[in-house]
Every structure is written in C-alpha cells, then in structure tokens.
Design a protein around this ligand. Structure first.
Ligand SMILES: NC(=O)c1ccc[n+]([C@@H]2O[C@H](COP(=O)([O-])OP(=O)(O)OC[C@H]3O[C@@H](n4cnc5c(N)ncnc54)[C@H](OP(=O)(O)O)[C@@H]3O)[C@@H](O)[C@H]2O)c1
Length: 328
C-alpha cells in the first residue's frame, strides 16, 4: 500500500487544522469527505480540493477504497460512528473525548480487537517534540519526587449555537478543554488518580462554564486542573518536584515556536521547539500504527482511564463530594 486513504465524517471546523496535515503527510492522503448535506460536502470538497464527496456518513463508510476514518463529530456521536467505521473495516482517528463513558470505550476496544483495526483518540499534543521532551525529563528523574501539578485550558466561547453548549451532546468545558490537563496528568504519572474532587459553575444551558478539580494519586501527588468557556484564552501546565520544576506555557497547542523551562535552585534552563504543523504528528502516528504495527502513542486503555477520571470529576461536582476511584 502506497498511501493510506482517509475519509472525513463532516465538515467540522477542526477539519481546517487536520486537512493541511493530511496533505503534508508522506504516507497518508485525503480522499473523501461526507456531510449530512450533499451540497455542503460538495462545496467543502471543492474548497479543500478533496477528490470525493458524499451526502451521508454511511455512504462514505461504504467506499471500499477508504482505509482510515477521521471523526470530528460532536462528542455524543463519537462512539456510534467509531463503531460503525470499525464495522465497515476502517481504522479510526476519533476526536477527543472518544467517548463519554468508560463502558463505551470497552465497546470500541472490543470491536477494534475483533477486527484488528487501529483506533486512536486525537490528542494532538502527545505527538509534538515538546511533549516528547517533557516525557524524557520526567523519565530522567531530574525533577525528583513529583508532588504537585497544575494544568489549565480555557477560551471564551462566544458562538451561541456551538455544540459545546448542549448537555446531551457531551458539551461543557471539562469534556472539551479540561480533558487536556487530565490527559497530561495521566501521561506524567503513568497511572490514573485514586481520588478526585470537582467544582463547577453552570451555564444557562446547563453545561459547566467553569470547572476546577483536584486529582490525588497513589503516593500522595496532587494535581489541580481547570477549564472554562467564560474567560480569555489561557493555557499552561506546571510540574513541581523535590529537585526541580518544569513549566510548560503551551502544553496542548504549541504552534510555531514554543518553549519549556526547567527551573532548579533559582537556575532556569529553556528548551525551544519549532514545529510547522501541530497536527501532522498524530496523522503520521496513525500511519506508523497501521502500516508498521507500531503501537499508537495513545492507546484505548489510557483513553478509558481518562474518561473514567473526567466522569468522576463531573460526579463529584454534581454530588458535592470527593469520589474515590481505587484504593491506594
Ligand atoms: N484536537 C483539537 O485541536 C480539536 C479542536 C477543536 C475541536 N475538536 C473536537 O472536534 C470535534 C468537533 O468540533 P468542532 O468545533 O470542529 O465542531 P463543529 O464545527 O460544530 O462541527 C461538527 C460537525 O458535526 C456534524 N454534525 C453531525 N451531527 C450534528 C449535530 N447534531 N449538530 C451539529 N453538528 C453535527 C456537522 O457536519 P455536517 O453538517 O457536515 O455533517 C458539523 O459541522 C469535537 O469532538 C471537538 O472536541 C478538537
């Protein structure tokens, strides 16, 4: 197989970021797009120079020439269309959060296992050299014992008709943005938290407009995460250890030039990174997994653990009590 042929389900806004990466990629190519409206699909295909367009997602899945499906649908549709794509024999890159319950990740895991197909949740930051360097520093033990982490991701959501406002669609700032710091904490710790506690402020539509949570890990490490649709864009992640701290100003969406700072006894060392396309890494990682059998950087077990944590944070905020996930 020369290149993997990709099909995209929907004309979602995020496609603007994925399509240039697909076009720049060596072993992938964009072949088709589907929309609920044939006219929209055609117009989108013309705009982005995509060879084929379909007026329904089902019809695209019937196209036997497509190898991989990218799913950028509203959150409540991720599981249904991932399962349908697997049923049709396609590999899947699905937007975050891949599901809204750990039980649904089990369904995906089983289906992918039976069909021997690759499914990955699209956390683009994981494939960036900056993240790979952060992981190296953590693995080197340079920070000493990690005691505390802080992670935040927010932006001002000023589109009143956005799917993120709809509770039944898996709307809310924690599902949309807080999932990044939760996932980053899991990456650093290599394990999910044993206990969480969350607080939220609801929007008029009933989703969390602002969310703040505390995660406690076996051994006692604490992490604080926050997300919001109500404040100006801000993002960051800090890891504080007994020997040193690591500060990451743009942990989730480093674009162009980015840097991280290792701070030890008043000394600062800055590492710099330059990446043209933030989304290319996840596209290439899919090709490595499908064509070379290399395990994808984010497996479904990890996705399931993150979704368990996110659900527990929501439960905690709803019930006004801490939620224990496992014994120490
Ligand atoms: N990784 C990242 O950097 C990143 C960034 C932004 C968003 N995301 C994720 O990508 C996904 C899409 O986000 P987005 O902001 O791009 O969404 P969006 O612009 O609202 O697009 C969602 C698309 O889904 C289709 N759709 C199907 N059923 C729908 C329904 N009931 N209501 C509304 N749309 C429906 C529509 O396409 P058709 O009409 O063409 O069928 C619509 O264009 C989300 O899961 C989000 O978390 C990821």
């Amino acid at each position: 197989m020369d290149k993997l042929r990709w099909g995209i389900l929907s004309t979602a806004r995020i496609n603007r970021r994925i399509i240039p990466a697909l076009k720049a990629s060596r072993r992938n190519q964009l072949t088709a797009v589907a929309s609920r409206s044939l006219e929209n699909a055609r117009q989108f295909a013309r705009q982005w120079d995509i060879p084929r367009s379909y007026g329904s997602y089902d019809v695209l899945l019937e196209d036997s020439s497509i190898d991989v499906i990218y799913i950028p649908l509203p959150n409540h549709l991720h599981v249904e269309w991932t399962l349908r794509a697997l049923q049709a024999g396609k590999h899947v890159l699905c937007e975050k959060p891949i599901a809204l319950s750990p039980e649904d990740v089990n369904l995906i895991q089983n289906a992918a296992g039976q069909k021997k197909l690759v499914v990955m949740e699209a956390f683009m930051y994981r494939h960036h050299p900056q993240t790979i360097k952060v992981r190296e520093i953590i693995a080197s033990g340079e920070l000493g014992e990690i005691h505390l982490m802080h992670g935040c991701f927010s932006f001002l959501l000023d589109r009143p008709d956005d799917v993120r406002w709809v509770p039944e669609y898996g709307g809310g700032s924690l599902w949309d943005l807080g999932c990044y710091p939760v996932s980053y904490c899991r990456m650093i710790m290599g394990t999910p938290p044993t206990e969480v506690c969350g607080w939220q402020m609801l929007s008029a539509s009933g989703v969390d407009l602002v969310f703040a949570g505390t995660l406690r890990y076996s051994g006692g490490t604490l992490a604080q995460i926050s997300s919001s649709f109500a404040v100006q864009t801000y993002t960051g992640f800090e890891i504080h250890g007994s020997h040193a701290s690591l500060l990451i100003p743009t942990p989730f969406n480093p674009q162009g030039k980015s840097h991280i700072i290792l701070q030890r006894q008043g000394q600062k060392h800055q590492f710099e990174f330059k990446v043209k396309d933030l989304y290319l890494g996840e596209i290439e990682n899919m090709a490595d997994a499908i064509l070379d059998g290399i395990p994808p950087r984010i497996d479904l077990q990890e996705s399931k653990q993150n979704i368990t944590t996110l659900k527990a944070l929501y439960t905690s905020a709803g019930q006004n009590t801490a939620i224990r996930l496992s014994s120490e």
